[in-house]
Ligand binder design. Structure first.
Ligand SMILES: [Zn+2]
Length: 419
């Protein structure tokens, strides 16, 4: 006979399949404040109510299901992830964290466990930032770090402002600032698919996230001298693309030399771009990520110095413009340790790994302690219909989250006894 965790997981996997039916088009595309987003909120609200949660939506259209604690007045623990998707998405990115949270609460309820603290289950609406040129609207509103005016004015491809779309959706764009949670909650736990191949390679279902990597993006312009490919001797050339190629090799070497750092050149253009012309100009991008800001700055300085050396050797001009900087968000050490203890108790070995992708937890880190549990996804594929999580892995994740909530509750009761 299936035990309570197996039943909760069977329900979870069926719900993930049903939720994938809430889409704005063929395949799965669920954009912020779209009809599919409204349908997803209706569906998940129903499941939350069935589980005994009190359901509401905040100003940014974040779905919130609240379960009271045995001790009223204590700050709630937040659990959740996002309900929006990229275009032609998979069904686990985001949705898994919301519905696995619900499954853990249902599992505890079935066991007759009553937590001393309140739990709020969150379904954010705008993590992917696909519809509007802004992102993390729900989590940043909750954290109180939103620039309300800029967010409201953001336009989608049809010229509809986020403010107007939010008003039509039943949200409150003027209230985005006031959506900030006060007093601060006890913490935020986000379960999410890994979106990478590390857990699969290690043969593990779960990973405890150490930090969400900070990122620097830059645009690098190399200016040399264009010339005839046949008449200018090799020795006298100032070939911008040849210099850029050496720079890219240096970036790859320096990025790979530091643990958990990634350095990527994803775009390059050469001008004038003809088969028989020496390139006079090359422009390329850099995306540099690291789990801590000092490490990112150190690698950045090394890359910057290497680019200057190559430019000098090729007698080309170098212009480097930093176009984007986002700080790393460290996961709370106590919550990481608590997740590892809970996983050990369930018999699930874990490893610690940084998150190379951004998440709502990054915004929540400015509000309260946060932690993330990654679940293995097949071949590391995400943002694609082939995205897949094994039910067995989902079950381990649900068991660990339930154990974590149980342990935090037991620790509270222990503290009460001491007092
Ligand atoms: Zn996600």
């Amino acid at each position: 006979m299936a035990d309570a965790a197996e039943r909760a997981t069977t329900r979870l996997m069926a719900r993930l399949d049903s939720l994938a039916g809430c889409t704005d088009g063929p395949g799965l595309t669920r954009l912020y404040l779209s009809p599919a987003h409204a349908a997803a909120i209706r569906l998940v609200s129903g499941w939350m109510r069935d589980a005994g949660l009190a359901v509401r939506q905040d100003a940014a259209a974040t779905l919130i299901g609240e379960q009271a604690g045995a001790h009223p007045g204590t700050p709630p623990l937040l659990v959740g992830s996002h309900l929006d998707t990229v275009r032609d998405a998979g069904r686990y990115d985001g949705a898994f964290g919301v519905l696995a949270g619900l499954a853990a609460l249902e599992l505890l309820r079935d066991e007759g466990a009553r937590l001393p603290f309140a739990v709020s289950l969150l379904g954010f609406g705008d993590e992917e930032g696909v519809r509007f040129p802004v992102t993390l609207t729900g989590s940043r509103a909750l954290a109180g770090t939103l620039d309300g005016a800029r967010q409201r004015a953001a336009l989608d491809a049809d010229g509809v402002s986020l403010g107007d779309a939010l008003a039509a959706f039943g949200g409150d764009s003027d209230g985005l600032k006031a959506a900030a949670m006060a007093p601060p909650p006890r913490g935020f736990i986000e379960l999410h698919i890994e979106q990478g191949p590390v857990l699969q390679s290690a043969g593990l279902a779960l990973g405890v996230v150490s930090a969400i990597n900070g990122a620097t993006r830059a645009r690098i312009t190399v200016t040399g001298g264009a010339g005839h490919a046949g008449t200018v001797p090799m020795a006298g050339r100032r070939d911008a693309l040849a210099a850029a190629a050496e720079m890219i090799v240096a970036i790859r070497r320096l990025g790979g030399a530091a643990p958990d750092v990634t350095a990527t050149v994803g775009q390059i253009a050469a001008e004038p771009g003809a088969v028989n012309v020496i390139p006079g100009r090359a422009v390329f991008t850099l995306d540099l990520r690291a789990p801590s800001d000092p490490v990112r700055e150190a690698v950045w300085r090394r890359i910057r110095a290497a680019l200057a050396d190559v430019a000098g050797a090729h007698r080309v001009q170098l212009e480097v413009v930093r176009t984007h900087d986002a700080a790393a968000a460290a996961c709370d050490p106590a919550l990481q340790a608590a997740l590892e203890r809970a996983a050990a108790a369930v018999g699930a070995p874990t490893l610690r790994l940084p998150s190379g992708a951004g998440h709502d937890a990054m915004a929540m880190a400015t509000l309260c302690p946060m932690a993330m549990l990654f679940v293995r996804c097949r071949d590391g594929i995400s943002h694609h219909p082939a995205e897949h999580v094994e039910a067995a892995d989902a079950e381990v994740a649900v068991r660990v989250l339930a154990a974590l909530l149980r342990d935090l509750g037991a620790a509270d009761r222990g503290t009460d006894d001491d007092a």
